[in-house]
Design a protein around this ligand. Structure first.
Ligand code: BGC
Length: 403
């Protein structure tokens, strides 16, 4: 039965051929299909790569654009802030100014750094011409013409402001200065003197081809005047603005009378205002060291600046002299003829007797009382046309108990 069935199951050769042909065709078509499929896959892969690349490029441009927008916004914000700061309408810090300056309130924007006006750019100096001291030596020196006329600030700005950078910064145009000098003027309630001072000091320094900035440091009402501290503050704040090589500490009522009294620093601290009419042009005592003195920044830091303890009139300059001697330095002076100053008249402040007790203990405080222990509130730094104005608050009690 089984044999009969297998005989029955035997396919005729023709049918077998047919099947084989069909099978062959099927294999061929599935190979074709497989090829097409691979081709599609390949195309899809290329498409995917192109799509990914496009997406990456697109995202990159979007990011870039956002960044540019962000930067533009920031720039706008800064410009706006500067504009409003200049016009005095920028909001947030309330500053009461004294009658000596503009009375009123001034606000600042959020995060305002309390700098008002265009910041002067104290670019690094490159040697671009002859050294200023060479030009200075070649020029003859006339006596200084003092102008005691009382002029408005606007008038003074017209007279002296044209070639100044903001903040009363001056750079000689025809020579390179070897030093940048910060002229620090401690100030309170002497607006008439300040105007006479500015009217005389700008032409004097320009004529000498000094690269300089006038920095007026004003103490807000509330505690007794501390001139030593104001001078220290002038240096600390001055260093944040420009890198000065040399500092002059200048009373506002002192007008130099000789063009040979050069306003650059020497290798020793220098006492400039040695010959005053009020002392008949002789030194009242040998180690007097007030009125106008100059130090290189390095030397001033070395002696730790002025003591901060002298509130009220007198003593801080004698203390500074002791510091100089303590560091084995001498002071120097120009000849008395050159050290002449016109001293503007004013009501003499009441001398503080407490200065004598501080002068007895100066040595114990040299290292801990001075530039390195300053405590003050910086209310405002304003870059005015003829000078940089730094307005500060000092808490006398806080200072006195801290040392
Ligand atoms: C004061 C100094 C002052 C000098 C000249 C001294 O008694 O202590 O501060 O510079 O007199 O007026």
């Amino acid at each position: 039965m089984a044999i009969a069935a297998s005989a029955q199951n035997k396919l005729p050769t023709s049918r077998l051929k047919g099947i084989l042909e069909r099978l062959g065709r099927h294999t061929e078509s599935s190979a074709k299909k497989r090829g097409a499929c691979c081709e599609m896959l390949g195309r899809a892969r290329t498409g995917f790569v192109i799509l990914t690349a496009t997406t990456v490029v697109f995202c990159y441009f979007v990011l870039q654009h956002t960044q540019v927008l962000h930067l533009q916004q920031r720039r706008c914000h800064i410009q706006e802030r500067n504009k409003s700061l200049q016009s005095g309408t920028c909001n947030n810090t309330v500053v009461e100014t004294t009658t000596e300056t503009k009375r009123g309130t001034r606000d600042c924007c959020t995060n305002c750094d309390m700098y008002v006006g265009v910041r002067p750019s104290c670019i690094t100096r490159n040697f671009t011409g002859p050294w200023c001291q060479v030009i200075r030596q070649k020029r003859g020196y006339a006596k200084v013409k003092v102008d005691l006329a009382s002029r408005s600030l606007e008038m003074l700005e017209k007279l002296h402001g044209a070639d100044l950078d903001p903040g009363g910064l001056y750079r000689p145009r025809d020579c390179t200065s070897s030093q940048r000098v910060g002229i620090i003027v401690p100030f309170r309630e002497r607006s008439l003197h300040l105007k006479v001072f500015l009217n005389n000091i700008h032409p004097f320094l320009k004529k000498q081809r000094i690269e300089y900035m006038i920095i007026v440091v004003e103490q807000a009402p509330g505690s007794r005047l501390n001139r030593g501290m104001l001078r220290n503050i002038g240096v600390i704040e001055g260093e944040k603005l420009c890198k000065f090589d040399c500092y002059f500490f200048h009373d506002v009522d002192m007008i130099p009378l000789s063009n040979l009294n050069i306003y650059t620093c020497g290798s020793k601290p220098r006492h400039h205002a040695a010959a005053l009419a009020r002392w008949n042009y002789v030194l009242p005592y040998q180690h007097i060291f007030g009125g106008v003195v100059s130090f290189t920044t390095e030397l001033f830091k070395k002696v730790n600046g002025y003591s901060n303890m002298y509130f009220g009139w007198g003593g801080e300059d004698d203390d500074l002299y002791n510091r100089v001697r303590y560091h084995n330095m001498d002071i120097e002076r120009y000849p008395m003829k050159i050290s002449r100053y016109g001293d503007l008249k004013h009501h003499k402040s009441v001398a503080q007797n407490s200065r004598y007790s501080y002068l007895k203990t100066w040595k114990a405080r040299v290292e801990v009382d001075g530039l390195n222990s300053l405590k003050y509130n910086r209310h405002l730094v304003e870059f005015r046309k003829l000078y940089t104005w730094i307005y500060v608050g000092i808490n006398e009690q806080e200072v006195l108990i801290s040392i």
